[in-house]
Write a protein that binds this ligand. Structure first.
Ligand code: AMP
Length: 228
């Protein structure tokens, strides 16, 4: 029997918890988590041509061009570990990216998308972004509430603030989100794409958000005949 893969995308502003929740969801259903932000940060760390190109854009809180991002995701989704599905974190972020992903999904012809929108009030986003830290060595997000003097739970590396989590850049990223990413909600909600759409209350304790996401995915899986 051919299995229908679990293809999930996470929509939500910076600080909504997309990274953490994508990681948990991907682990739970043994599919890869694909974070375009993490991929770009790795390129920056390696000082690759893409990393050098993307760094200034990321540091300013702006979006890397659609062409570059679509090519990156296209390559990643061509790898065999995505056969059973994927959780995309941070892509798509613009309507052209969403349209390119639709085209890619049609080409794959292996099930549609489950779109999850994580909703968190603005003041809570600011609070989270100012305290958020990631590992300088492996890029893993420190769990919310990690003590100041802790090291990375995964590799023991030093925990640092992201360069784009400073006050000015956070404001710019939220402005960019509103202008370019928020319209995706209407795009997916309208049902124009081959997708199902769920809203998630991201302003709850971590495990409650995870539970709500799992419930939504299970309902979506029944609706779209995904094999979990
Ligand atoms: P994130 O870790 O998802 O907050 O992404 C960090 C930064 O990487 C963003 O502020 C953008 O500069 C860039 N980035 C990540 N994903 C995308 C995307 N899909 N389109 C454009 N830029 C992106």
């Amino acid at each position: 029997m051919t299995q229908t893969p679990l293809n999930v995308i996470m929509l939500g502003p910076p600080g909504a918890g997309k990274g953490t929740q994508s990681g948990r969801l991907a682990k739970n259903y043994t599919v890869p988590k694909i974070s375009t932000g993490d991929s770009l940060r790795e390129e920056v760390t390696r000082s690759s041509p893409l990393g050098i190109l993307a760094k200034a854009t990321m540091d300013a809180g702006h979006l890397v061009s659609d062409d570059v991002m679509v090519a990156l995701v296209k390559e990643r989704l061509s790898r065999p570990d995505t056969d059973r599905g994927f959780v995309l974190d941070g892509f798509p972020r613009t309507v052209p990216q969403a349209k390119a992903l639709d085209a890619l999904m049609a080409e794959r012809n292996r099930g549609g998308l489950i779109a999850l929108q994580i909703i968190v009030p603005l003041e809570e986003l600011f609070r989270r972004l100012y305290i958020r830290r990631i590992c300088a060595a492996c890029g893993t997000d420190a769990a919310p509430g990690t003590p100041e003097d802790a090291v990375c739970a995964k590799c023991g590396g030093e925990l640092i603030h992201r360069t784009d989590d400073s006050e000015d850049v956070v404001r710019e990223r939220l402005r960019v989100f509103e202008a370019q990413t928020e319209p995706l909600v209407a795009y997916y909600q309208s049902g124009s794409a081959a997708s199902v759409f769920f809203k998630i209350d991201g302003n709850q304790p971590l495990d409650a958000v995870t539970g709500q996401i799992r419930e939504a995915v299970e309902r979506a899986a029944v609706k779209t005949k995904v094999t979990l």
